[in-house]
Design a protein around this ligand. Structure first.
Ligand code: MLT
Length: 324
C-alpha cells in the first residue's frame, strides 16, 4: 500500500510540475539573447519592448548581446539553453531564416525553437557615406558601376539581414559588392558615418536618424510605399529599381519543449508592449511597422518563418555564400 501511495504521489507531483512551474513563471529575471551588437536595430527594438515587458512580467528583462556568425552564435546559445522560459531568442529574417541557408547550424531553426510572437518589421534602406557623389539611386548605381573595385558594403555578418539585402541588391542590379562584416549594423553604421565603408543596405530603423541628421545619404526604401517617418526617401519603385522589395521582420522564440503556458505568458507580455501607445510611438518613429493584430499568436510567427524559408532559401543558396 505504501509503495502504491508513493507511486501515485510521485506521478501527481511529476505531472503537475510543468503546470506549477508555469503558474509561478517568471520567478526570476529573464534573459533575451540579442545576436547582434548593442546599439544596432535588433538591440534597440528589444530594449524598447523589454522595458514594457518587465512591467507586465514583474521581473527584469536582461539583454545579452551574443554576437558572431551572422547572429547564429547567439541563436545557438538560446536554442541550447534550458526550455524553462528564462532564455529567449530575439531574431529576424536573417537569423531565423537566412542563417539556415548559409551555415551548417548545430540546430534546426524550426524543429528546435518554439515561436513566441512576431515583432515589428521595416523595409531596408539603401544608404551611403556622404562622400559618394550621387544624389539619386540612378546616380549611385552609375557610381558603383564606375568603381575599379567593388564598393565596400557593411553587413552584420554572412546570413544577417543586411547581408541578404546586399545579395538581393547584387542580384537585381548586377553590381558586385565587397562585404565588410561587423558584429551588428550599429558598428557598421558608425563606420559608414565615418566614411570607412561605402554603403549599407540597412534596416530603416537603424539608419533613419543618421539620414535625418545628414550624416549619411539615403537613396530608397525597399518597399512599394514610403516610410511615414521618412517621407522624403523614395521607394525603390519610384527610384528606378521597381520590385526590389524586402521587409525585415523580427520575432521572439524559446527553446523547443518550453511549457505552452510559459510561451503564452511571454506572448501576452510582448503583445501588451506592442499595443502600448508609447512603445508604438517610439518604434514607429524608427520607421517600424507593428504586426497586424491577427498575426500576434505564436503559430502566426511559425507560419511566417516557414513561408520566408521557402521564399528566401533558393536565392541565398544560389549565391553560394562562403562561410570560411
Ligand atoms: C542585420 O543586419 O541582420 C541586423 O540589422 C543586425 C543588427 O540588428 O545589428
Amino acid at each position: 500500500m505504501h509503495r502504491l501511495l508513493s507511486a501515485v504521489l510521485f506521478a501527481v507531483l511529476t505531472l503537475a510540475a510543468p503546470a506549477r512551474a508555469a503558474e509561478t513563471y517568471p520567478s526570476r529575471p529573464i534573459t533575451v539573447i540579442v545576436p547582434f551588437a548593442a546599439g544596432g536595430p535588433s538591440d534597440a527594438m528589444m530594449r524598447i519592448l523589454g522595458e514594457h515587458m518587465r512591467q507586465t512580467l514583474g521581473q527584469p528583462i536582461l539583454i545579452e548581446n551574443v554576437t558572431g556568425a551572422g547572429g547564429s552564435i547567439g541563436v545557438g546559445r538560446a536554442v541550447h539553453s534550458p526550455p524553462d522560459g528564462y532564455t529567449v531568442s530575439f531574431g529576424h529574417l536573417g537569423t531565423h531564416v537566412a542563417n539556415g541557408a548559409v551555415y551548417k547550424l548545430s540546430y534546426d531553426l524550426v524543429a528546435d525553437l518554439e515561436p513566441v510572437v512576431l515583432l515589428p518589421s521595416n523595409p531596408m534602406i539603401i544608404v551611403s557615406k556622404t562622400a559618394v557623389p550621387a544624389k539619386s539611386l540612378a546616380e549611385l548605381l552609375a557610381w558603383l558601376k564606375a568603381q575599379p573595385t567593388p564598393a565596400a558594403a557593411g553587413t552584420a555578418g554572412n546570413g544577417s539581414g543586411s547581408h541578404i539585402a546586399g545579395l538581393y541588391f547584387e542580384q537585381v542590379t548586377g553590381i558586385k559588392l565587397q562585404y565588410v562584416p561587423y558584429r551588428g549594423t550599429g558598428p557598421a553604421l558608425n563606420d559608414l558615418v565615418a566614411g570607412q565603408i561605402d554603403l549599407i543596405v540597412d534596416q530603416t530603423s537603424n539608419s533613419i536618424n543618421q539620414v535625418r541628421a545628414g550624416a549619411i545619404r539615403a537613396y530608397a526604401v525597399t518597399d512599394g510605399k514610403r516610410v511615414e517617418s521618412a517621407p522624403e526617401v523614395p521607394t525603390t519603385d519610384e527610384a528606378g529599381l521597381p520590385g526590389f522589395h524586402m521587409t525585415l521582420w523580427s520575432g521572439l522564440w524559446v527553446p523547443k519543449g518550453t511549457p505552452k503556458e510559459t510561451v503564452a505568458r511571454l506572448n501576452q507580455a510582448a503583445v501588451a508592449a506592442l499595443n502600448d501607445s508609447d512603445v508604438q510611438k517610439r518604434l514607429k518613429d524608427l520607421g517600424l511597422q507593428m504586426p497586424p493584430q491577427d498575426q500576434l499568436t505564436p503559430d502566426a510567427l511559425g507560419a511566417v518563418q516557414r513561408a520566408e524559408i521557402a521564399k528566401w532559401w533558393p536565392m541565398i543558396k544560389a549565391a553560394r555564400v562562403s562561410t570560411e
